[in-house]
Design a protein around this ligand. Structure first.
Ligand SMILES: [Cu+2]
Length: 407
């Protein structure tokens, strides 16, 4: 072989490897992107499992929040668009908003919320989760794609011969359950106590009495948003956790200190109601209003970047089904000010909440001026003494809440 031929071969080999490298670099970003996506998917899936093990007792099986899932009322929904960097459900993701949400969620899980029931989870802060596990939980919340997995783990446990045993029970049904049954016969009730819950497929039930002789429990059926239904003998029978008591406030974590607890400052019974939202809380949990007069509400949203509204419902159940709406402001990002004209309302108690954060709630108490303010009570004209406590007028019978809907 002569030298020029050798040089030719070397040059062409070099050339070939250059082409190969070039092609590889052009191709590589796609591969890197795909690998990253797969890695996030796996992390979200792990996060869903961790969530089912640690968080559902307060936040609900699918992150739907403690109110909706009938768990810890104060635990907010975590399947919210704002925690995914979106302004609305299914809206565009804003990368800066998503990054900000990632930091807030990570820190909240790591450090807990001092003064609130949200525990500290980070190992450095006396918790049980390491930084990678907290990252997986954070991705579950900011990606928002793993909630079905979480619900599945919550109900079925971890795939394949579940060693973790969430909710598994050492007893079986003795008879199928009919929708109206409140007494349930089980093979063994020795592990059950009043106040605990049973789950029949989708339905939640609260144990109100245990009879160890007859091996039966008496239950309140269809708790929360679930409904009583017929169940066959082989229905999925589980014992979901009861929300734990909030841990005591022990001091500072991650530079947080207990916040001043918002105290309810009663408005003088009136027609101009004011309320402020700040730090994901209302400054008042009771508003006082006069009956049978038009009312106005001023809502000051002091939470920069947070969506809030003020929505009034006939009852708390009405708020869950969305059917009892009386009047509401638009959901708007703070800071800002909103006004709402509504009423007149009949004497009674009405429930209000922020529809984005149902854990922000309270009651409008509609009552005539009390004995403390006798000047405002019109004198009785018929001269008959009526036994009404506190000098309050008897409840007005006309004007049911539904007819008081604001335009
Ligand atoms: Cu809100």
């Amino acid at each position: 072989m002569n030298t020029s031929k050798q040089i030719m071969i070397i040059v062409s080999l070099l050339f070939l490897s250059l082409i190969a490298t070039g092609a590889y670099t052009m191709w590589d970003p796609n591969r890197a992107e795909e690998a990253k996506e797969r890695q996030i998917e796996t992390a979200v899936w792990r996060g869903a499992f961790l969530f089912s093990q640690n968080c559902i007792a307060c936040h609900g099986d699918a992150g739907e929040g403690g109110q909706r899932s009938n768990r810890l009322r104060e635990a907010p929904p975590l399947n919210r668009p704002d925690l995914q960097g979106r302004e609305t459900e299914g809206g565009e993701v804003s990368e800066p908003a998503k990054d900000a949400a990632f930091d807030t969620v990570f820190n909240t899980i790591n450090c807990g919320r001092v003064g609130k029931a949200m525990p500290t989870w980070g190992l450095d802060h006396g918790g049980v989760l390491n930084a990678e596990q907290i990252r997986q939980l954070t991705l579950l919340i900011t990606e928002g794609t793993g909630w079905e997995d979480s619900e599945h783990f919550a109900i079925e446990g971890f795939p394949e011969g579940d060693v973790h045993g969430y909710g598994e029970v050492p007893f079986e049904l003795e008879e199928p359950i009919a929708e109206a049954d409140t007494e349930i016969a089980l093979s063994d009730v020795s592990t059950l106590a009043v106040g605990e819950r049973l789950q029949f497929a989708e339905e939640l039930a609260l144990i109100t009495a245990v009879d160890p002789e007859a091996n039966t429990v008496t239950v309140e059926r269809g708790l929360g948003t679930t409904a009583a239904a017929d169940h066959p003998l082989d229905v999925d029978l589980l014992k979901p956790p009861v929300p734990p008591d909030p841990p005591p406030v022990t001091g500072a974590a991650c530079g947080q200190f207990p916040q001043e607890v918002a105290t309810a400052v009663p408005d003088p019974p009136g027609v101009d109601l004011t309320i402020t939202s700040s730090g994901l809380a209302w400054n008042k949990t009771e508003l006082y209003a006069l009956p049978d007069v038009p009312l106005t509400l001023t809502h000051q949203n002091e939470d920069a970047g947070q969506q809030h509204n003020w929505a009034l419902y006939g009852t708390e159940e009405g708020a869950i089904t969305g059917e009892g709406l009386i009047a509401a402001t638009e959901i708007e990002v703070g800071p800002g000010e909103q006004f709402l004209n509504f009423g007149p309302l009949a004497v009674g108690e009405y429930y209000y909440q922020c529809d984005v954060h149902p854990q922000m709630n309270g009651f409008v108490i509609v009552a005539p001026p009390s004995a403390d303010a006798p000047a405002a009570v019109p004198p009785a004209t018929d001269g008959e003494a009526t036994a009404v406590p506190d000098g309050a007028a008897p409840p007005a019978e006309e004007a049911p809440a539904e007819e008081a809907t604001a335009p």
